[in-house]
Design a protein around this ligand. Structure first.
Ligand code: LMR
Length: 320
């Protein structure tokens, strides 16, 4: 199928998509904040590769990893203004636009990754997308990272172990509440600033799936990791809505078809890579890995599970 991107077939104002050649080539900039060799980084490159191949080079997704184009705190505004066409922020960061995205930050709420997918791939996932329309943002897909573990420079076993620890969090009210309930001090910070903050002792702990702790080498600055799997990190693949709607229909279909394939692949790879990266951290032997007993886990859950009621009060029971 030769996709004919004829001049004029794409009504998008020139400023948004650079038309590089007479063949009306469309270039889409994809900015994200993690390394290339992470579930999100690999999926972004795979999507770009498939699109390049299937459009015979007429549509190009240029991927800018590691906050090289925009960092946390910049990328949402950048995609809203059309300076970049695609981002894939952790859903926690979308709480900046609507409190309903805190749903995905609830600790000990999702039994397993399938429970998360049932929510995201069902009516609630659609309602979440609608919450961003007024911001001129459109969610095209939901990608996974995985469940978070707790990393710190003291062993975190009992809830009292969190007392007064400065903990880096993504910018989300739910994550701040989570750590305050545990007796810690939440410090919201861009992902690109975490390594140096750990190095300088500005924060003493962080939560993330193993793939992020490994890819950014945070584990080298954290003596202990508790395999809490207390919360989920996943991504919304977000585009500038008006730019998207101005794209030639054939281009949109190509992007969506390839993205659907990549999403299936990404979710499988994210699950695998988090297990592999945890093993790599274990083999590095610089970080003690702690498993919680059922009783220890229950103490954390007793403290954190009431956050579900608090959120229902804030956003309405009909979201649950
Ligand atoms: C973070 O802690 O900010 C990361 O989870 C971000 C990401 O994109 O994985």
């Amino acid at each position: 199928l030769v996709l004919a991107f004829l001049a004029g077939g794409c009504q998008t104002p020139a400023r948004d998509f650079e038309q590089v050649s007479s063949q009306e080539k469309v270039i889409l900039k994809f900015s994200h904040v993690v390394g290339d060799n992470t579930p999100k980084g690999r999926a972004a490159r795979r999507w770009a590769q498939l699109v390049q191949e299937r459009s015979r080079g007429r549509v190009e997704i240029q991927v800018f990893p590691n906050s090289t184009l925009y960092k946390d705190g910049e990328e949402l505004a950048a995609v809203q203004k059309g300076y970049v066409q695609i981002i894939a922020p952790a859903t926690s960061k979308l709480t900046e636009f609507s409190p309903v995205w805190q749903l995905l930050d609830l600790p000990f709420y999702y039994e397993d990754i399938d429970a998360v997918h049932r929510l995201l791939d069902g009516p609630v996932g659609e309602k979440l997308k609608q919450s961003l329309f007024a911001r001129n943002l459109l969610v095209l897909a939901y990608w996974d990272n995985g469940f978070k573990v707790m990393a710190a420079n003291r062993p975190l076993v009992k809830v009292s172990d969190f007392r007064d620890l400065n903990f880096r969090i993504m910018n989300s009210p739910m994550l701040a509440k989570q750590f305050r309930r545990l007796g810690a001090n939440p410090v919201a910070m861009a992902f690109s600033d975490v390594y140096s903050a750990l190095e300088k002792g500005q924060v003493e702990g962080s939560e993330n799936p193993p793939s992020n702790l490994y890819s950014k080498k945070f584990y080298q600055l954290q003596k202990y990791i508790t395999l809490s799997n207390h919360g989920y990190v996943g991504y919304a693949v977000v585009v500038n809505k008006s730019q998207w709607e101005a794209l030639d229909q054939k281009i949109r279909q190509l992007l969506l078809d390839t993205l659907q394939e990549v999403t299936i692949w990404e979710r499988q790879e994210a699950f695998k890579q988090n297990l592999e990266d945890l093993e790599r951290i274990r083999r590095a032997q610089g970080t003690k890995i702690i498993e919680l007993t059922p009783e220890q886990r229950k103490e954390w859950q007793r403290i954190l599970m009431p956050l579900r009621e608090e959120l229902a009060q804030e956003i309405g029971e009909d979201w649950f």
